[in-house]
Write a protein that binds this ligand. Sequence first.
Ligand code: 6PG
Length: 248
Amino acid sequence: MNTKQPVRIIRIFENPESLAENFCNELKELVNTSESTLNCAVSGGSTPQVIYKLLAEKYSRQINWNTIKYFWADERCVNADDSESNYGSFKKNLLDKVIIPPENVHRIKGEMNPLFEAERYSEEILSFVPAISGIPAFDVILLGIGEDGHTASIFPGDEQILISQKICEPTVNPTSGQKRITLTIKVLNNARKIFFIVTGSSKSKIVSKILATSKDERIPASLITPVRGGLFFYLDKQAASGIRKVSA
Ligand code: 6PG
């Protein structure tokens, strides 16, 4: 396991809207300057919806959508049209509003048997995402952080997933009992750029905990330490309000 702390870039924004604006610009630059397809894995939850909506409203003509392949960092085991579906909310806020080639969209089939779908999706990733050191290496991964320190669908207390050598694993949200499928830490940490997108005062405690400590198995998000890539914390002021001010 990677022991050194990665370089963590922390950017604090006035509000979720300016965070989204900056992220969309960063994505635009990445895509439009890339010589090859960008393999991106996105998360669910409510935070990234602001980004997806802004991409659709303001960046639909500024981004060459043909050069992005979309994958998911995790998915709820529900139908695609279920309000809980990460793919479903991405589709509603972005896919239905911009022209992204269907072959560039690789959703996790939440409606399938989780064990079989985790295997199937691992194969799909292997056939599209180039590997570095034998592990698929995404170019961009967008992650959120739960108040309990989970990220993707890697929840505290699930020891098995922390040591998994697989690409995807079925998991369960311990609070709701909802079945999930998630990329493993091994794959997440092999990405080129990992963005934590975190907003709201309810996240200030967990954010300051993660930034103040090194890796802690009780806080899965703290285990996201890219092997060679960049780790970016995009925070609004509320989520950053608990960060101990480092004296100048
Ligand atoms: C999911 C996400 C999950 C999410 C966090 C934060 O499927 O729910 O992948 O990891 O990013 O729970 O969620 P919010 O953005 O809703 O706070």
